[in-house]
Design a protein around this ligand. Structure first.
Ligand code: E4P
Length: 222
């Protein structure tokens, strides 16, 4: 039985540490926006992240030509052996994916919004493909149908690419990803926190403890 992997979608060290300590994190995805939020030197931050999490850590290239992307990817992959290179879903990006995978540098094709883009990235041999389902939902598009068909395409042909369900907006998105057998969900910290909580758990725990206390008092009185 295959396991579903959870990545955390952040470049924040405290958030990564907290979820890592809970033992539920298999990897990390970052992007230029997430790294910019931290306001520190990106390579240093990525190094720190790789020291905490041993699973795949995605780091994105900035260049727009395949030559620039390949150069950056080679540099980024020196940070740590678990760095995966995020490459945008463009023609230049796809050229870079083929070359980098041939050099055994793992790639994660990002900014993927359609089943056709999934198919192309899979044919190029990307290790990971990241459909951005939340942004599709924001556009009023059917993000669940896109994900479902993407998973079908990958499974039918047995492509080696793993689907990372990205741009997750809510805990329901994680359930949808799991139902479709998505390989990975990259989840923001606030959504991971919500996944732990249910009001009945707190209520149930409170009443169990109260009943236990009552029993203790009763026993003391005997
Ligand atoms: C994925 O790898 C991206 O970092 C991320 O999921 C983008 O999500 P957003 O739409 O919340 O920016």
């Amino acid at each position: 039985m295959r396991k579903m992997e959870f990545f955390i979608d952040t470049a924040n060290i405290e958030q990564i540490k907290e979820m890592q300590e809970l033992g539920i994190i298999d990897g990390v995805t970052t992007n230029p926006t997430l790294l910019a939020k931290e306001g520190v030197e990106p390579k240093e931050q990525l190094k720190k992240i790789c020291e905490i999490v041993k699973g795949p850590v995605s780091a994105e290239v900035i260049g727009l030509t395949s030559e620039e992307m390949i150069k950056e990817a080679r540099e980024l992959s020196k940070i740590a052996p678990n760095i995966v290179i995020k490459i945008p879903m463009t023609k230049e990006g796809i050229k870079a994916v083929k070359k980098l995978e041939a050099e055994s540098i793992k790639t994660n094709v990002t900014l993927v919004f359609s089943q056709n883009q999934v198919l192309i990235a899979a044919k190029a041999g990307a290790s990971y493909i990241s459909p951005f389902i939340g942004r599709l939902m924001d556009n009023g598009q059917d993000e669940i149908a896109m994900l479902k068909e993407s998973m079908e395409i990958i499974k039918i042909y047995g492509f080696k690419s793993k689907i990372i369900v990205a741009s997750i907006r809510n805990a329901r998105h994680v359930i949808e990803a799991a139902k479709m057998g998505a390989h990975v969900a990259t989840i923001p910290f606030n959504v991971l926190e919500k996944m732990f909580v249910h009001p009945n758990t707190e209520k149930g725990l409170k009443s169990f403890l109260e009943d236990w206390e009552k029993l203790q008092h009763k026993l003391k009185r005997k």
